[in-house]
Design a protein around this ligand. Sequence first.
Ligand code: FE2
Length: 389
Amino acid sequence: MSLPVGNWNYPTHTRFGAGRIRELPDACAALGIARPLLVTDPGLAALPLLAAARDSLAAAGRPASVFSALKPNPVGANVEAGVAQYRADGCDGVIAFGGGSALDVGKTVALMAGQRRPLWDFEDCGDNYLRADPAGIAPVVAVPTTAGTGSEMGRAAVIVNEAEQRKVIVFHPRMLPGEVIMDPELTVGLPSKLTAWTGLDALAHCLEAWCAPGFHPLADGIALEGMRLIHDSLPRAYADGADLRARGDMLAAAGMGATAFQKGLGAIHALSHPVGAHYDTHHGLTNAVFMPYVLVFNRPAIETRLEAAARYLGLPQPGFDGFLQWVMALREQLDIPHTLAELGVDAAAAGRIAAEAEQDPSAAGNPVPVKAPELERIFLAAVAGRLDA
Ligand SMILES: [Fe+2]
């Protein structure tokens, strides 16, 4: 059975297919990048696949400067260090290569490469992005090695403001990478645990976008098909990391989730962001724990939507309950804990988490309007494992 290959032009130019990492120098050339800053995770920096990418760039006369000093939940100082290296090494573009952290830092370094204002001035709030000088934004080639965040197809990045202990969404329309390489071979080495966690982040993106209110049939179509790909392929990618077809489906679904959530996210992400900022929990794992609690809370507003999704996914039992059962079974199959307590999160911080979740831009997309009291209720239910709350 031959593996799928595709060249896509929306939301951005994308080279999809096994082995297409070989086109990395071409992708740089397409954006006029001769001296890339290659931003990657510390764990990847030492792996042969990264050495191969560097060698191919050097052979093509586009040698890369490698930057990998970033945290799993990247902080503002990581971006500053990346920008300093970018300028010191005379770079003219960024290759963001890795999981969500590397992609987000790479995109943000590119945004900041030629700006004079501080990073936090570009928080996704109102028209803040208009403060940026578009001529100072460097081009980006994105190469995902996980299938979850979809940051390679997104226009934002999540960076922790350490002084305020808060995850800040940085946004600019031109943060959308100009070139994406989706090569399923790059994800075969991803451990099963991270396959599950990142894959469930992609599901959270599709699911929250699908349930977000507002008329956006483009996003709805993409979200629904993204959920189908995850339904069909996440358990297979988890069980057999070398299944390139399943890995490819998950890469596509991750990009689709990020494309779809232009419509909006919801309480899963609104709650997950402050929990991640305070407890340093994995973003996808945190979303996966919250997912059923938020679905149950939103039930009155999303019954029709989930019934349609259940039908499209071909679930054995259609309707809200059937969809919820699928989510619960998938979590169990992928060894996701049922409670936040199992992630080391306790009820003591409930008030603070809820107040911060209310301020998170994702909260506005929740199908049932949520303020701090409702968010606190959901948080406490998820700490204790009370799904009927
Ligand atoms: Fe997410």
